[in-house]
Design a protein around this ligand. Sequence first.
Ligand code: ADP
Ligand code: RBF
Ligand code: MG
Length: 472
Amino acid sequence: MGTIFEIRATTYKADHHLKVEGDVWRWVCTNSSRVGDCLRRRFCGSFNSNPIKFPGRRWSSASAAARFCLLFLNQLHSFAEVWKMAATKHFPRMVSHVILDLDGTLLNTDGVMNEVLKVFLVKYGKRWDNKISQKIIGRTPLEVATTIVKDYSLSLTTEELMSAISPMFSDQWCNIKALPGSNRLIKHLRSNGVPMALASNSSKSCIEAKISFHQGWNESFSVIIGGDEVITGKPSPEIFLEAAKRMNVDPANCLVIEDSLPGVVAGKAAGMEVVAVPSLPKQAGLYSSADEVINSLLDLHPEKWGLPPFEDWIEGTLPIEPWYIGGPVIKGFGRGSKVLGIPTANLPAENFSPILSEHTSGVYFGWAGLSTRGIYKMVMSIGWNPYFDNTEKTIEPWLLHDFGEDFYGEELRLAIVGYIRPEANFPSLESLIARIHEDGRIAEKALDLPIYAGYKDSPNLKNSMLQRNCHS
Ligand code: ADP
Ligand code: RBF
Ligand code: MG
């Protein structure tokens, strides 16, 4: 079937078309600008519609063209019943306000929580084993305490547990790190004038204490609301509805960002758009009610929700605060990756588990120093390699150089300077390999950019980091 509907939005740089062929609609853009890519992602879907023709027009920028198309589509939506299905399925609603959860979403609270519970339970002759993590994430402090008392058959009341454990947590608040992408997101929304609320099941005073260790956070939120300020915490929508009310905005115009299942359920019940960022690995499947599930805040694309896009991506890469690891090259999984053309020089992950847990899984790149050979470009994955469904989080650095031999036992030092994408699963080994090669090309090219090239000379690549890792 030919084109039955087309919006043409010509900018000075490119031609944008929203084409509808049969019941398939597609965004077509004549160049590969970032806006073009984002539109293409967004305008893919299908629906049934009657033929409508729209005259071509010229626009001053791609985003003006996009706004025009959206406006037009929204109008059409309100007139034509047929659009309903496509619009709810494929058009995320445009929002104006963002409501963020704190623990596990902006803050890496899990590490501290595990540590405190481990120390506490030992006193009662029990061993913390992470098994109940999924049960307590996103719950109110009272619910968490009740679950622990019950699941560990402790001989104390919920109240006694809470009063014993609270000071242990407060002592640790200064040690809670921001999750990757938190500071970037807060700064971005704030500098673009997008109002933000913080809504957490923990008490308002705890929230304030925790965020006091993070510069600029307190003043970035127009509303901060704790679980003690509502009758029922998440999964009840109450806390989000109250946050919207205090921000003076319709709940339908809010985007919730949440790591926990109760939080996602609460956000949807409040009639809001919800992006889930699960804090436990391999849990994405549980979050089907969310409008989108992302791996980390680094993967958030605000423009999908009508918010200003991040502008820090450069040639398919995102610069990050560099971090450094090093150690002797050990045997990996022995999958014969070399045969596939992607040997990965594995490091003993247990030597730096704290630093590894700080960084979300994904594909990163940077520079690699081999003690006796020199410094090379490097691309790597961190995580559970979904294709192989590993049980351990590992680091898989592929040095972009042909050595023609192994170097097991040699000391390898890495400077990780940028991010490329989340880990993914693939339908075939061929498609995984093709994607890894694409990652390699992206890293190879990006590392010549001044923003990344300088780290090649980092002293961390030349001096032994073994000692430092032991202390970190
Ligand atoms: P393993 O299962 O031990 O990781 P691989 O098939 O992934 O085995 O091969 C990795 C080994 O190959 C590294 O430990 C290293 O000794 C060697 N090697 C050779 N060239 C490279 C390269 N360009 N990048 C990483 N490792 C390489
Ligand atoms: N494994 C996956 O399952 N999914 C990925 O998205 C993925 N991306 C990778 C990207 C790079 C740059 C590298 C070097 C490896 C990646 N891997 C990924 C891991 C790959 O499966 C693994 O290194 C080899 O199978 C060797 O164990
Ligand atoms: Mg390997």
